[in-house]
Design a protein around this ligand. Structure first.
Ligand SMILES: Nc1ncnc2c1ncn2[C@@H]1O[C@H](COP(=O)(O)OP(=O)(O)OP(=O)(O)O)[C@@H](O)[C@H]1O
Length: 482
């Protein structure tokens, strides 16, 4: 236990909200789309300083991943595309956008492997590249294909393409996910976003004409190339595509083992990489609770319920069965929570996530199926009910999944809290190893002094709510419009 102890920060040493710039409200208003929501609901008093948040100041700070030396206007983008980005209040590119776009758009096209922290705008980077490469004089000819590891992420990317490309006419996007495409009809869209299995199927059934595909994107590329089944599917899909296709790989994590394979998958790629100590997102206060045993975890979870519903929260558990079981117990105990995992039918999954995006459901219990990519700015708390593990018999801590899970909060400069539950030596050692991997200073929440623990978490959540209300994200806006 000594490892984790050495990474523990006393509560008053934590660096949560102060790491965010605080500036004047008018600048903040310039960043919002006028759709400021009611903050009510929790009965919390929201002091003035909580809403003093400015994306433009954040982006002016060279030390953050939100800064770029380049402007959208320098990138030779079409007028419609530029209009789309600005309409979303993406006033300036983030670092990964500023660095990757000129490389992705250079002629002749070259492959790219780009790594950047969670919530720093990788999706908009590759979506802008896709929309720049497609010839919209042939709107029904498939020209770009993006693969994602879950239907939820594929749907989200589809939404971001629609949002950034809203001034491009005609823009046709197809979602190649289970149950979404009519069987045996050709896909008549310039852009296709899908999961590897379904994309492989539609190519094999000759529903998708791949002959003019110019760009292939793998979002969460390390995850897709690493997983046995999906890695094989991605390779088979790639082998069915034109040899000259430009391959773009994006993720917040590229462990060495996968990185080497990824470079083979995308030969001669430009590469943007992060150092291991750069991987964590500064605005996320990472905490843990030491529970006496496995049963106490449930009691602690229920105690946290009030805090979870101030903003929105995601609870990650290991299995679908435990997601169902915890939901059943919490509902029986009078709490409103929903569960989403891969055993649900596709439409039900779409529906559950849509409700969560709209804020109709505030607490979502899920498995690793939602660990990656999902972007809901109002998520202020992530709970690791089970520490993510991998390998045979779950013998190894899954440091990458930890990073992606906690990255569901703290999106694009916002703040957020993650709370991981440990209850025995194995979970303690696993969290300790993850903390050491990334040099994280974890804050221990002392449940003996619950009022103090609650205050600490509440402080960060209130700030997140204020930020989310002042700067709704593109995907939030897409969800609200639908
Ligand atoms: N240039 C920008 N200016 C302002 N907001 C932006 C900009 N680019 C992206 N965003 C917003 O930032 C949020 C996070 O972006 P995105 O989902 O692309 O992150 P990501 O890097 O793909 O994250 P993950 O690693 O979790 O997949 C989104 O809500 C998006 O709308």
């Amino acid at each position: 236990m000594s490892d984790l102890a050495s990474r523990i920060t006393k509560p008053d040493e934590a660096v949560p909200a102060e790491s965010q710039p605080e500036v004047d409200a008018p600048a903040a208003e310039a960043q919002n789309d006028g759709a400021i929501e009611e903050l009510g609901g929790s009965g919390l008093q929201e002091p003035e300083w909580d809403v003093e948040v400015s994306l433009s100041d954040l982006q002016a700070n060279e030390a953050t991943p939100f800064h770029s030396a380049t402007q959208w206007e320098d990138m030779g983008l079409s007028e419609d595309l530029l209009k789309g980005l600005l309409a979303l209040k993406f006033l300036k590119p983030s670092k990964v956008q500023g660095k990757s776009l000129p490389l992705m758009l250079s002629d002749p096209p070259r492959n790219m492997m780009a790594q950047s922290q969670s919530g720093t705008g990788k999706t908009a980077a590759f979506v802008t590249a896709i929309l720049s490469r497609v010839d919209f004089n042939q709107p029904e000819q498939p020209q770009a294909l993006a693969l994602a590891p879950s239907r939820e992420l594929a749907r989200q990317i589809e939404g971001v393409i629609g949002a950034i490309g809203r001034f491009i006419k005609p823009l046709k996007v197809a979602a190649a996910i289970p149950g979404a495409l009519p069987r045996d009809q050709p896909v008549r869209s310039a852009v296709i976003v899908g999961t590897p299995g379904t994309v492989q199927d539609i190519i094999r059934r000759r529903q998708l004409d791949v002959s003019k595909l110019k760009v292939l994107v793998l979002d969460e590329a390390d995850n897709m190339l690493d997983q046995q089944g999906m890695g094989d599917q991605c390779l088979r899909v790639k082998n069915l595509l034109p040899k000259s296709i430009q391959i773009l790989l994006f993720s917040a994590t590229f462990p060495d083992k996968v990185g080497a394979y990824a470079m083979k998958f995308a030969p001669n790629a430009h590469s943007l990489k992060l150092q291991r100590n750069e991987l964590t997102v500064k605005g996320i206060s990472q905490m843990f609770i030491d529970c006496a045993d496995d049963n106490i975890k449930y009691d602690v979870l229920c105690k946290l319920y009030g805090l979870m519903t101030i903003g929105q929260s995601v609870i990650f558990v290991k299995t679908r069965e435990s997601a169902n079981e915890i939901q059943r117990r919490m509902v029986a105990d009078g709490h409103k929570v929903s569960a989403l995992h891969a055993a649900f039918d596709g439409n039900e999954r779409d529906d559950l996530l849509a409700k969560f995006r709209k804020g109709e459901n505030k607490v979502l219990i899920t498995t690793n199926v939602l660990a990656r990519g999902i972007d809901v700015s109002t998520v202020s708390m992530v709970i690791n009910y089970d520490i993510p593990m991998k390998g045979r018999g779950d013998s190894e801590p899954d440091a990458e999944t930890y990073l992606h899970r906690i990255g569901r909060t703290g999106r694009f400069g916002r703040v957020g809290v993650s709370i991981s539950f440990v209850y025995d030596k194995k979970s303690f050692d696993a969290l300790s190893s993850i903390a050491n991997t990334y040099g994280i200073d974890l804050v221990r929440l002392d449940t003996d002094d619950w009022d103090e623990a609650e205050e600490r978490v509440k402080e960060v959540i209130k700030k997140n709510r204020a930020q989310a209300a002042y700067a709704p994200s593109a995907t939030d806006n897409v969800a609200k419009a639908s």
